[in-house]
Design a protein around this ligand. Structure first.
Ligand SMILES: Nc1ncnc2c1ncn2[C@@H]1O[C@H](COP(=O)(O)OP(=O)(O)OP(=O)(O)O)[C@@H](O)[C@H]1O
Length: 315
């Protein structure tokens, strides 16, 4: 998409829900779109799915401009919004998929094979005769993905696919998303679970107030938030003045401490390429640290630093 903007009028004021966004997703790649509530993620996904028209800008899916090829583009996209709606609850899994396959213009002749293939892909074949209302939330979410796969679309749009799932069901769903990716689908994923984005995505884009403020690998997001590596020190106790002494070291961006079990974890975020574990060890030496480990910032640490930095610059 190139220079895409979508405005809404609210209370007589023009609100730019998506503001001049340009993004591309490579074939077979997964892009995670992250951002706070109301940042513009769903608006962006709805525009790609042709459910909402951009106010300006251009969106191209598999080489086709969505404005002039709406019907064809729809069959190139699998939209998975999830939740409890979207199925006939008393009808069976198979009946639902047959119906949605007809809407997706899968020919009557090909329908049985296509429905069998998507059921296999999401591992639901053994439940095909059961009414949808008997499926757990995790299995319903698989059914949503099966529905999105009916036209074998090159692009899948997954809006918070694991929301509300228990940890085991969420893990199984992440495995399913990985297998779709290795099957060649490009995926645009929105999620508020940062470890999920880190586990699944090749690339991350952060949207705030309708604008993409950072895009790239996890390190790029962290660097945009002003942090590079992070050192975690484990201590048996934390003297009052220690945090202050650490924050005075060159290159320190932020210091946090928390109690975990009987231990104190001190987390030191360093500015990009300015980590200095030896100097930190000197400060910690008289407090007998149990361990000191330096590693790259996680996506969660990078994202939180980026959002905080953004709020500081506009607030
Ligand atoms: N139909 C609409 N009419 C008016 N304003 C809207 C409409 N849809 C979205 N908005 C506004 O556009 C902005 C972006 O909303 P959007 O739902 O895209 O955010 P989001 O990033 O998906 O949020 P969440 O993480 O909460 O799902 C918000 O300010 C929202 O109030």
């Amino acid at each position: 998409m190139t220079n895409v903007t979508r405005t809404f009028v609210r209370g007589g004021k023009l609100n730019r829900a998506v503001d001049d966004v340009s993004l591309e997703i490579g074939a077979g790649k997964t892009l995670a779109l992250l951002g706070p509530n109301g940042a513009g993620k769903t608006t962006l996904i709805k525009m790609i799915a042709t459910l909402l028209e951009p106010s300006s800008g251009r969106i191209v899916v598999a080489g086709l401009d969505i404005k002039s090829n709406e019907r064809q583009v729809r069959s190139n996209i699998g939209l998975v919004l999830g939740g409890d709606r979207g199925f006939y609850l008393r009808a069976s899994v198979q009946e639902n998929l047959n119906y949605f396959a007809s809407l997706a213009r899968v020919s009557r002749r090909r329908r049985p094979a296509v429905v069998a293939a998507v059921l296999d892909a999401v591992n639901l074949a053994d439940r095909k005769r059961d009414a949808v209302e008997t499926l757990s939330r995790g299995l319903r979410q698989r059914l949503h993905i099966a529905r999105g796969l009916l036209s074998n679309p090159p692009l899948l749009l997954l809006d918070e696919p694991t929301i509300g799932l228990d940890p085991e069901a969420a893990l199984a769903l992440r495995d399913l998303v990985r297998s779709l990716k290795s099957g060649g689908h490009s995926i645009l994923l929105t999620t508020h679970y940062l470890y999920e984005a880190e586990a699944l995505a090749d690339d991350v884009a952060v949207i705030i107030d309708g604008r993409i403020i950072a895009r790239g690998a996890v390190t790029d997001i962290a660097n945009a938030g002003g942090i590079g590596n992070v050192t975690v020190a484990t201590l048996t106790h934390l003297p009052d003045t220690l945090g202050n002494s650490i924050s005075q070291l060159a290159g320190v961006r932020n210091v946090n401490s928390e109690q975990v079990g009987g231990q104190r974890l001190v987390t030191v975020s360093w500015e990009p390429n300015r980590d200095n574990e030896p100097q930190l060890r000197e400060v910690l030496a008289t407090h007998a640290p149990l361990s000191v480990v330096t590693r790259p910032a996680t996506l969660e640490e990078g994202y939180l630093a980026l959002v905080a930095r953004r709020r500081m610059t506009i607030g």
